[in-house]
Design a protein around this ligand. Structure first.
Ligand SMILES: NC(=O)C1=CN([C@@H]2O[C@H](COP(=O)(O)OP(=O)(O)OC[C@H]3O[C@@H](n4cnc5c(N)ncnc54)[C@H](OP(=O)(O)O)[C@@H]3O)[C@@H](O)[C@H]2O)C=CC1
Ligand SMILES: CC(=O)C(=O)O
Ligand SMILES: [Mg+2]
Length: 761
């Protein structure tokens, strides 16, 4: 391991609090009342419920979402038998991966026991605690017996990750790798280094997919596993013993199509790689140091496809791609076991995912990789791919139901998938009605930064899902090259319309319209020509003005203020509206909150604040949410006489007088807005009930700062900025927006265009 990684890793683990895990309460425990519900006497009600019906345990405890990651530390990564205590960082690591990738809670259990009987007794006795058991880093051959016995004894899934998690992901990688080089399972010669838990499970899986046992040769620490060998043999590796005089890896590697290493560091030498067949597939999966480093293998065989178990090289073949998602599916249907059908469903889902193009979240997590799509550098999805949970968990859940091991079958699969997407994107559920509406009646949306990578990736989603009819502004050759480089499937002129600012027949009409609109603002004809050639936001605005598109998206690059100025000049405000403003939706663990105005007016007047509240409330309704407006201040109902407090109070008066149907209250603190009890201590006749969901801030600083702070501290996910008050549907995004954010805002733009069309008719 490089010294800097080693140092950094120790710093990471030592950072207070030490380690990587803690237990978090999921219910409030703030007062005497809570205490009597959570603990004595109230807790007895939950106990009695389970005593009477054990199935209720999943409804009143965390068990249904709790996995035990259990090890005795006998085969920890490739570090060997380092014992249970030293294995703890790995088990904590597995726990956080379960949580991060699939929302599953874990207790890591390190057991000081190598005796198979005693170890099984300990684990089996833990059944009341867990919804499933993930056995980890237990050495072969004991691991086979341990898993077999525990599966028999326990009525919850027991899964030895190093065997089956690895086998599933290896099978997906080999399946895709052979497809790329045009070879078939039944023809390939496979050489495997390692005859332990992972290696044997992987070989069994490859055989089940068509590989021929006679084409497989296995080596372990003693060399080739051959018929008649006595040293270090067991019944499990005996299955792969060959009738041969060869005795070493070097003797058997010649003409191999596939090398699979699940053994120890650096056992495969460059001289051996040289002897392999054309287009060899090399899976050097020992952790953390592989059987050969990719640069060493590729130096002697540039035609090789390389995979390792590590995240710092392309093609990470690691069971992290499997265990969080297979358990997610299993837990969600209350599966009593993880059977072959569920494993096969998992292989298929992972293999097919790699063939779809990579999403931006993946590209962000692995910044240095060139993710140009399925191929030699991209055999299987990346662990950060948010689509893994969306595809693998439902496939596993369905396989569990079809094979009869689900105790809580899912009735509405679509709702389940929606829930999972809510877990990944968190904007999923609230955006669903907007997406549905957009797909039913997609509108023409112009993207003024059509050459941008994130825009192109977003347009791929938009075209695939039929969310909008995209029009891109960008140079034809640049757009075409980027589409190819990113491995997207978009076809110019077929999937989207292109406006090339350097070569568009409408150029003259555009600059003339721009001049006509702004001639009295000091824009000469010459300047109008230059602006329309160079400012794509202006081109988009003109297209919208001329009715060539129904909505516009800009702002993925450049300053918000610059885009805003073009929008103000060309599109302007809707009739009766004084100024534009922006609203941001934040999806937090505690719920959804909208904040305005985060981007436009520095010091709004009372009248402008009132207008902002009315326009924002209308926008909130688009999401199917009833607006509950809080006019926020440092003052609580007159507690301050400062000018800013008086301004907000005046805005409330305007709103309550002119818009009696609006649920609006203020001026007040943010906590008063969110706590009805607190509010009632001031007002007996509040015009607002429950928790406010639309926060109108007294000025730009307050809005922007609180929005960004909430987003970071509350781990919030945002949709926006949503521009309100424009004469036509326009949204100015921000450079930090992800592809998913752009897709969300496109759906919002389409919904706005539909509303605009109805208002006009
Ligand atoms: N990328 C991934 O997702 C995963 C990677 N792995 C890696 O695979 C390796 C094995 O793990 P696991 O199967 O759980 O452990 P086991 O202890 O069960 O198996 C280890 C195997 O490697 C063999 N071995 C050890 N040293 C050598 C050597 N110098 N040359 C050839 N063979 C050797 C052992 O031989 P013998 O039988 O003679 O003792 C044994 O067969 C580890 O490096 C681990 O990190 C494991 C799981 C997942
Ligand atoms: C990845 C893993 O589980 C291992 O190397 O043991
Ligand atoms: Mg392991």
């Amino acid at each position: 391991m490089a010294e800097d990684i080693e140092k950094e890793a120790l710093y990471y683990h030592r950072m207070a609090p030490a380690g990587k895990l803690s237990v978090q309460a999921t219910k409030p425990l703030a007062n005497q009342r809570d205490l009597s519900l959570a603990y004595s006497p109230g807790v007895a009600a939950a106990c009695n419920l389970i005593k009477d019906d054990p199935n209720e345990v999943a409804s009143v405890t965390a068990r249904g979402n709790l996995i035990g990651v259990v090890s005795n530390g006998t085969a920890v990564l490739g570090l060997g038998n380092i014992g249970p205590l030293a294995s703890k960082p790995v088990m904590e690591g597995k726990a956080v991966l379960f949580k991060k990738f699939a929302g599953i809670d874990v207790f890591d259990i390190e057991v000081d026991q190598t005796d198979v009987d005693k170890f099984c007794d300990v684990v089996a006795a833990l059944e009341p605690t867990f919804g499933g058991i993930n056995l980890e880093d237990i050495k072969a051959p004991e691991c086979f017996e341990i898993e077999k016995r525990l599966r028999q004894r326990m009525n919850i899934p027991v899964f030895h990750d190093d065997q089956h998690g690895t086998a599933i992901i290896v099978a997906a990688a080999v399946y895709n790798g052979l497809e790329i080089v045009g070879k078939k399972f039944e023809d390939v010669k496979i050489v495997c280094s390692g005859a332990g838990a992972a290696a044997l499970a992987c070989l069994n899986m490859l055989v089940s997919m068509g590989a021929k046992r006679e084409n497989i040769t296995v080596c372990d620490i003693e060399g080739v596993v051959y018929k008649g060998r006595e040293a270090l043999m067991d019944e499990y590796k005996g299955v792969y013993a060959q009738e041969t005089d060869a005795r070493s890896l070097d003797d058997v590697i010649g003409e191999a199509d596939v090398f699979m290493g699940l053994s120890a560091p650096r056992v495969l030498k460059p001289e051996m790689v040289k002897k392999m067949a054309k287009d060899p597939l090399i899976l050097a999966l020992a952790n953390p140091t592989p059987e050969i480093l990719p640069e060493e293998a590729l130096a002697v065989r540039p035609d090789a496809i390389m995979a390792t178990g590590r995240s710092d090289y392309p093609n990470q073949v690691n069971n992290v791609l499997c265990f969080p998602f297979i358990f997610r599916g299993a837990l969600d249907v209350g599966a009593t076991e993880i059977n072959e059908e569920m494993k096969v469903a998992c292989v298929k889902a992972i293999a097919s995912l790699a063939r779809k193009e990579a999403s931006d979240i993946v590209a962000n997590a692995y910044k240095s990789d060139d993710l140009s799509g399925f191929g030699r550098q991209y055999l299987i999805p990346k662990p950060f791919d948010p689509r893994l949970i969306l595809e693998v968990a439902p496939a596993v859940a369905k396989a569990a139901m079809d094979s009869g091991v689900a105790t809580r079958p899912i009735e509405d699969m679509e709702a389940y998938e929606q829930k999972l997407s809510g877990f990944v994107y968190r904007s999923g559920t609230v955006m669903k009605p907007i997406f549905d509406r957009a797909i039913r009646n997609p509108k023409r949306v112009v993207f003024t930064e059509g050459e941008e990578e994130r825009v192109l990736r977003a347009v791929q989603f938009i075209v695939d899902d039929g969310i909008a009819k995209p029009v891109l502004v960008g140079r034809r050759d640049v757009v075409a090259n980027r589409i190819e480089k990113l491995g997207l499937r978009l076809r110019i002129d077929e999937d989207f319309e292109l406006c090339d600012p350097q070569n568009d027949p409408r150029y003259r009409e555009y600059w003339q319209l721009y001049h006509q609109l702004l001639g009295r603002n000091g824009i000469s004809q010459d300047f109008a020509r230059t602006v329309v050639r160079t400012r794509t936001t202006v081109i988009g605005c003109l297209m919208l003005k001329r009715g060539e598109v129904d909505a516009m998206i800009c702002g993925t690059i450049g300053l918000f203020g610059k885009h805003l100025r073009h929008v103000q000049e060309v599109i302007g405000t809707a009739e009766g509206v004084r100024d534009l403003s922006t609203i941001n939706m934040l999806v937090l663990n505690k719920g959804i909150v909208f904040i305005s105005d985060t981007h436009v007016t520095e010091e709004p007047t009372a009248v402008e604040l009132a207008e902002m509240a009315v326009l924002s409330a209308k926008e909130v309704k688009t999401f199917g949410i009833e607006p509950k407006i809080a006019m926020l201040s440092h003052s609580n109902f007159g507690s301050s006489k400062k000018a800013s407090a008086v301004k907000v109070r005046e805005a409330v008066e305007i709103l309550q007088r002119d818009y009696p149907d609006l649920e609006v209250e203020g001026e007040m603190h943010a906590d008063t807005a969110l706590n009805e009890e607190l509010r009632e201590s001031f007002l007996s006749d509040s015009k607002l009930s429950g928790e406010a969901n639309l926060m109108i801030m007294p000025n730009l600083d307050a809005a922007n700062i609180s929005y960004n702070m909430l987003k970071m501290l509350g781990d919030g996910l945002s949709v926006g900025p949503i521009l309100v008050g424009a004469a036509q549907p326009v949204h100015i995004l921000t450079p930090s927006l992800t592809v998913r954010g752009i897709v969300n805002m496109t759906a919002v733009a389409v919904a706005d265009a539909q509303k605009h069309e109805m208002d006009q008719s």
